[in-house]
Write a protein that binds this ligand. Structure first.
Ligand SMILES: [Zn+2]
Length: 255
């Protein structure tokens, strides 16, 4: 435990409410971040494509997001299923959408990876200057090994070793806000001390997994989607009524 350095994404000014991992842009030239709720009342800057939100308005916001990201030629997204399917994508234009994908890898500048979330953890992985991966990690995907799969694909694609990789666990639900039952603890192979329910810090758990896999640098967001709900969406806190955020990661194409 405690292998990860805490890092806060920084809120950016502008019409698109987003928070950027400035450390990654400064050190590695990567564009990494997540959208927030924004100032609009109600659902705000909801990017959920599979909720009851009007699709036209949601796609409009996706277009605004892409337009706000310099050097983003294309964006890939999937209908996530809390699985471990990771897809490697190349250069493209516009939008790529694939069913059943929870993680993405690319070595192509300009191809931006995206996952939608409201409490699950966006896992950003990079081998600087060579390639990137972005994973959607809830407890099911984490227990099933999406981190190991995603890292392996990234290392294959870039011809690298784990120590070359950097990882950030982004905005997700924190341990004190995430009360879980025995199925989650046993799924994640964690000890069930006392009568329960238990609290799981999914990001700490992912950071431990990453340290075990030999990832070179590991950081964790200090934001929580649930108790920082003025800024972010939380499925748990809203009892399913909230919108969705988009985490993104790209190697901006130099124009
Ligand atoms: Zn919290």
């Amino acid at each position: 435990m405690g292998s990860a350095e805490p890092v806060a994404e920084v809120p950016l000014p502008g019409a698109v409410p987003r928070f950027e991992l400035s450390q990654w842009s400064e050190r590695y030239g990567l564009s990494a971040g997540i959208t927030g709720r924004g100032a609009e009342p109600g659902r705000g800057f909801d990017l959920g494509l599979w909720t009851d939100a009007p699709v036209g308005a949601v796609m409009g916001r996706w277009r605004e997001l892409r337009a706000s990201l310099p050097g983003a030629d294309s964006m890939v997204l999937g209908n996530q299923v809390h699985g471990t399917e990771v897809m490697t994508v190349g250069a493209g234009r516009g939008w790529t959408y694939v069913e059943g994908i929870d993680g993405w890898v690319t070595t192509s500048p300009g191809t931006f990876l995206a996952v939608t979330l409201a409490d699950c953890v966006p896992v950003y992985l990079a081998v600087p200057a060579r390639g990137i991966a972005l994973l959607h990690a809830g407890w099911r995907g984490t227990a099933a090994g999406i981190l190991e799969t995603g890292l392996e694909r990234l290392l294959q694609a870039t011809g690298s070793v784990p120590a070359d990789a950097v990882m950030h666990c982004g905005v997700g639900i924190c341990g004190p806000c995430y009360e879980v039952g025995p199925e989650v603890m046993s799924g994640c192979r964690l000890p069930q001390e006392g009568p329960g329910p238990w609290h799981l810090d999914l990001r700490d758990h992912l950071a431990d997994q990453a340290a075990g896999l030999g990832v070179g640098i590991i950081t964790t967001s200090t934001w929580c989607s649930a108790h920082d709900s003025e800024r972010f969406y939380s499925h748990r806190r809203s009892r399913g009524a909230d919108g969705r955020m988009v985490a993104y990661l790209g190697m901006p194409r130099q124009r």
